[in-house]
Design a protein around this ligand. Structure first.
Ligand SMILES: Nc1ncnc2c1ncn2[C@@H]1O[C@H](COP(=O)(O)OP(=O)(O)OP(=O)(O)O)[C@@H](O)[C@H]1O
Length: 246
């Protein structure tokens, strides 16, 4: 474990976030263990991106604390230790894939070898010389992911990294996530696709800013009596809606 890292990659304690006058996270407490692939799932608008933004320190929070790798979220010391890939890939269209990744590498003090390694990790070697503006949506998001990988962050926060990818690429990316976790990287990965839950070591199900599940898939299936993650989540969501209506 790297110096300063703790057993928990992220500790969220009574986090309250209001966006545009709307309470998005009323009172969220959750721990993301280190060195695992943790899936953040739930209906659209449930607060997944907001939670990720709080973890990387770009979200204004009303109250509560978010501790990342032992430091308050957003601390300058975390800048090189945490990687964040948003839903909208942040890349330069007028640069090639290689130039984009090398640019981000330079910004964080990583060398060109790390940039090439990251391009290979996301399977974009064959497109390294192509202008980013000419890439597909899935390829663009992989450039963004490669840029986040260049300095080997201890925590990677990925917002829907597999959107728009075909099944083969999705499988390959999930393999990469597990390789990174096996090498000690903590991964917080959001997804709309419920079958991706089966690929995570631990699942967080967030609905309307509240955590409906925080456990490994086998425990979730046992608790709900469901056969798969999607059925389990739907039953928990239905139960929460019934409770809210009563
Ligand atoms: N910039 C913003 N200003 C005000 N409210 C916002 C803003 N961005 C998001 N929200 C609101 O915050 C709530 C949670 O949004 P968030 O993006 O965190 O959800 P999500 O679970 O990531 O959704 P999705 O799966 O669709 O990306 C939503 O009700 C949304 O309308």
């Amino acid at each position: 474990m790297a110096p300063g890292a703790t057993a928990a990659a992220v500790e969220v304690d009574h986090l309250r976030v209001v966006r545009g006058g709307r309470v998005v996270l009323p009172d969220l407490s959750v721990t993301v263990p280190a060195g695992q692939v943790v899936g953040l799932l739930g209906p659209s608008g449930g607060g997944k991106t907001t939670l990720m933004r709080a973890v990387v320190g770009v979200q204004v929070v009303e109250s509560g604390t978010v501790t990342v790798l032992g430091e308050p979220a957003g601390s300058p010391g975390l800048r090189s230790r945490v990687g964040y890939v948003t839903q909208a890939p942040s890349i330069y269209d007028d640069l090639t894939v290689r130039e984009n990744v090398r640019f981000f590498a330079r910004m964080v003090g990583a060398d060109t070898a790390s940039a090439e390694e990251a391009i290979a990790a996301v399977d974009l070697e064959s497109h390294a010389g192509v202008l980013a503006g000419r890439l597909s949506g899935g390829q663009r998001s992989r450039v963004s992911l490669a840029s986040a990988l260049v300095n080997h962050p201890e925590l990677l926060v990925l917002d829907e990294p597999t959107v728009g990818l075909d099944p083969v690429l999705r499988r390959d990316l999930w393999r990469l996530f597990h390789q990174l976790a096996a090498a000690g990287t903590s991964m917080l990965v959001s997804s709309h696709v419920m079958d991706e839950a089966a690929r995570c070591e631990r699942l967080l199900l967030l609905r309307e800013g509240r955590l409906l599940a925080d456990e490994p898939l086998p425990a979730l299936l046992e608790r709900t009596g469901a056969v798969d993650a999607e059925t389990a989540f739907l039953s928990l969501i239905d139960a929460a809606e019934k409770e809210a209506a009563s």
